[in-house]
Ligand binder design. Structure first.
Ligand code: NAD
Ligand code: ZN
Ligand code: ZN
Length: 393
């Protein structure tokens, strides 16, 4: 089959690789019909390369049709239409019983000290072949799937793999009071969808980015925006001015470790990226190498006693944090990978023909799988108006 594979920093290719096979009794094989590129893939493309091996298959946002099931699978049949969550979870362990599917004790990557295995996400997360491919082997398939109805186009459901539940969790963890306000930092797919969900739930939303077409997308849906390139270090003052001098009740950081405007940490990340993997890996795990600009903005913007919801991914192990301010402002901090299946039942009723969250037109590009190298380039460099890209195997 054809698959999108990692070969080095900013080097992804489409290779011919062996078809996946059923290896365990609760595996399934799906034929992928749509598979997205995510901001998380950009971290592998840029700063997390030390944990990747040439030839690793990327991708964790696929959907498709069941082609084969292992002997223990009784709730999936050949031909079923399914979306595959980005995390692999068993559905019945101590953590899954609490709907903490990203902490599944059956699939935790214990040799790396990490949570549940993820598709296509480096050896940190189990080195599981990913879903940017014609076929995908799904372990723990009895639970690691979301059945969706026939009829509507893939674009209606494909974001259930990541964007929709992740944005939903970002808003839920932000713990916005009734009628309250939230600042969303970053208007990539995750931040954009978080603004849509927060607006849908009736909160006041202020959205921040510096990429013109991303700001325009939020404005087109009636969201109040602040252009980072205009205000820079005055951002928090501007938002305080918009909120009776206090700051918003909550802030969602949908940026993560590769924020604009952190020159020193950027150099540290670049230097780490140049080191041999054997040296870079422990550095990435022990050193403070995140670019913390968005997190620092969040701490400044949130009102006293408010909540910050980190949904952008961080990976540094010794990041310097302003504990004095965090403590004095009595800030609540919540974070983590999204527990995808926890949120599906509340989202599904919104995936209807009247499309309140605008999923049908959410992708800016739908490209052939063969065009993946180009797709990664335009998504990373925010060229051609790329915000969300669906690849078609
Ligand atoms: N927690 C999860 O389960 C989960 C799931 C999916 C993605 N993510 C993470 O969410 C983050 C966003 O993903 P995405 O797909 O939307 O990616 P993206 O890279 O397209 O979006 C990031 C956006 O942040 C903007 N930005 C950069 N620095 C900023 C700053 N200082 N202030 C405000 N905006 C700034 C960029 O211009 C960009 O538009 C990534 O870190 C990704 O890894 C987390
Ligand atoms: Zn993703
Ligand atoms: Zn489990």
């Amino acid at each position: 089959m054809k698959a999108v594979t990692w070969h080095g920093k900013r080097d992804v290719r489409v290779d011919d690789v062996p078809d996946p096979k059923i290896e365990d009794a609760n595996d399934a094989i799906i034929e992928v019909t749509s598979t997205n590129i995510c901001g998380s893939d950009l971290h592998l493309y840029e700063v997390l390369g030390a944990f990747m091996n040439p030839g690793d298959i990327l991708g964790h946002e696929p959907m498709g049709v069941v082609r084969e099931v292992g002997p223990e699978i009784t709730n999936l049949a050949v031909g079923d239409r399914v979306v595959i969550p980005f995390q692999i979870s068993c559905g019945s362990c101590y953590m899954c019983d609490q709907e903490l599917f990203t902490q599944c004790e059956t699939t935790q990557v214990r040799d790396q000290g990490m949570g549940a295995a993820l598709f296509g996400y480096s050896e940190l997360y189990g080195a599981v072949p990913g879903g940017q491919a014609e076929l995908l082997r799904v372990p723990q398939a009895h639970f690691t799937h979301i059945k969706v109805p026939e009829g509507p186009p893939d674009s209606r459901f494909v974001y259930l793999s990541d964007v929709l539940p992740t944005a939903w969790q970002a808003v839920a963890y932000a713990d916005i009071p009734d009628g309250g306000s939230v600042t969303v930092l970053g208007l990539g797919p995750i931040g954009d969808m978080a603004t849509r969900i927060a607006s849908h739930l009736g909160y006041q939303v202020i959205a921040v980015d510096r990429v013109p077409e991303r700001i325009a997308r939020a404005q087109a849906r009636g969201v109040q925006t602040v252009d980072l390139s205009e205000y820079g270090s005055d951002l928090a003052d501007v938002i305080r001015d918009m909120t009776a001098g206090r700051g918003t009740d909550s802030v969602i950081d949908a940026v993560g470790m590769e924020a604009h405007g952190s020159p020193i940490a950027k150099i540290a990340q670049q230097v780490t990226g140049l080191l041999p993997d054997a040296v870079a890996k422990p550095m990435m795990k022990k050193a403070g190498v995140d670019r913390l600009d968005a997190l620092y903005s969040a701490i400044d913007i949130v009102r006293r006693g408010g909540t910050i919801s980190l949904i952008g991914v961080y990976g540094g192990m010794a990041d310097p944090l302003p504990m004095l301010t965090l403590f004095d402002k009595q800030i609540q901090l919540r974070m983590g990978q999204a527990n995808v299946k926890k949120w599906v039942d509340v989202i599904m009723p919104l995936l209807t023909d009247d499309d309140p969250l605008g999923v049908d037109s959410f992708a800016t590009h739908t490209l052939a799988l063969d065009e993946a190298p180009h797709a990664y380039d335009i998504f990373q460099n925010k060229k051609d108006g790329a915000v969300k890209i669906i690849l078609k195997p």
